[in-house]
Design a protein around this ligand. Structure first.
Ligand SMILES: [Zn+2]
Length: 133
């Protein structure tokens, strides 16, 4: 029995459970090559190093119009170990920072930049990522 994990949705299933000649994930129908969970590893890695790898992969994925897999993998990693650390992708970082910049009534709260310190960004760095509208 071989347990495999879909790299798109993260669902694990037995490879033998797939109908003969089928390679699609039974949950999301992805045809991406799945992971053999026997190859899962525990490694020592700094969150910042992982962030660099994810952001570079995200940028490459965006350049070829295929960043969905990167976002799926980054989300599964964040679910395991993020805590109060910054997101692994710029898209999520901008999304979360943007949510913090806008007040509940939809107004712009750009004077406080309260999200910057939470993510360890300088105001200048943050200003480069999220421009006021
Ligand atoms: Zn799937």
């Amino acid at each position: 029995m071989t347990t495999i994990r879909c790299i798109e949705c993260g669902v694990e299933f037995l490879q033998e459970s797939l109908p003969e000649g089928t390679a699609a994930c039974p949950n999301c129908n992805s045809r991406s090559i799945p992971c053999d969970v026997a190859n899962d590893v525990n490694i020592k890695l700094n969150w910042h190093e992982l962030r660099i790898l994810c952001i570079w992969a995200e940028n490459y994925g965006r350049s070829i119009g295929s960043q969905g897999t990167i976002y799926s993998i980054a989300q599964r990693i964040e679910d395991q170990a993020r805590g109060d650390k910054p997101p692994l992708t710029l898209a999520r970082e901008i999304s979360e920072a943007g949510a913090k910049l806008f007040t509940k009534d939809g107004g712009y709260d750009g004077l406080t930049f309260s999200g910057c310190t939470a993510y360890g960004l300088s105001h200048q760095a943050h200003a480069g990522l999220v421009q006021p509208f």
